[in-house]
Design a protein around this ligand. Structure first.
Ligand SMILES: [Zn+2]
Length: 251
């Protein structure tokens, strides 16, 4: 009786071992193939659209994050939702407009006229939202920690350096130092286009066959892009530099 019982156990042990031998390589392979999670700050504009697709091409599992900070219009956010829906990726739109009670004087959120002209002109300073990117990055890093992502993809580029201090490399580098120690989990802010301009970003997007009719850049939220605001001008320059026609309609 005892002997019989012993045998049964042996058989059962043996079959479990065989079963495990079969399953372990699959688990191991699955772990190897599991994509790294990243959070992508995605506004719906052409830069972050390229960053989003770069992250996907890099094989990452993307958590796209868009912010509604009380922009004058939500067209960019609508484009962002459509793109993420088509790509079937995680997308959150977070309403942070409450913080505008603390922020005054930006033409992007207040009732101040949007300046026309080139980005580097002094009057474009009215488009600065105080401390915006530090706020957005902080929230994105918090989201990254909560979903187990090790990187936040951020679309800063050199064309913004002159006007926006929080798009400059020294800002991103120092934010990165803080993000390594701010939580138990280290998060890296990854800015693939930090040291290149918008034309180079577009060139990378063209190399990925991206369709830029899926993006909205204009500061004004009318049916067609204005072609005159700093954002439109910079976009048009990038297309012209790449000798490609911008697929969106202009007034
Ligand atoms: Zn415009």
């Amino acid at each position: 009786m005892v002997q019989f019982h012993f045998n049964i156990n042996n058989v059962s042990e043996c079959s479990r071992t065989i079963h495990l031998i079969g399953i372990v390589p699959y688990l191991f392979l699955e772990t190897l193939q599991m994509a790294e999670k990243v959070v992508v700050i995605y506004s719906g504009g052409m830069d972050s659209f390229t960053v989003l697709n770069r992250a996907i091409k890099d094989g990452k599992q993307v958590y796209a994050l868009s912010f509604d900070y009380g922009q004058r219009h939500v067209k960019e956010l609508e484009y962002a939702s459509i793109v993420c829906g088509n790509l079937n990726i995680n997308h959150k739109v977070i309403d942070i407009s409450a913080i505008n009670q603390l922020l005054a004087g930006s033409s992007l959120t207040d009732d101040i006229e949007i300046p026309e002209g080139h980005y580097e002109a002094e009057n474009m300073k009215s488009t600065i939202v105080p401390n915006r990117n530090m706020v957005l990055l902080s929230l994105a890093v918090a989201y990254a920690v909560s979903v187990g992502a090790e990187q936040v993809y951020y679309g800063a580029h050199s064309g913004d350096h002159a006007i926006y201090p929080d798009c400059r490399p020294e800002f991103v580098e120092k934010m990165n130092d803080v993000c390594k120690i701010a939580n138990y989990e280290s998060v890296e802010i990854f800015s693939p286009y930090l040291k290149v301009n918008k034309s180079a970003i577009l060139a990378d997007g063209i190399s990925m066959n991206l369709d830029y009719s899926n993006t909205w850049t204009c500061y004004n939220g009318r049916d067609k892009a204005c072609g005159k605001c700093g954002s439109c001008q910079e976009r048009l320059e990038a297309f012209s530099d790449n000798k490609v026609i911008d697929p969106i309609a202009y007034e």
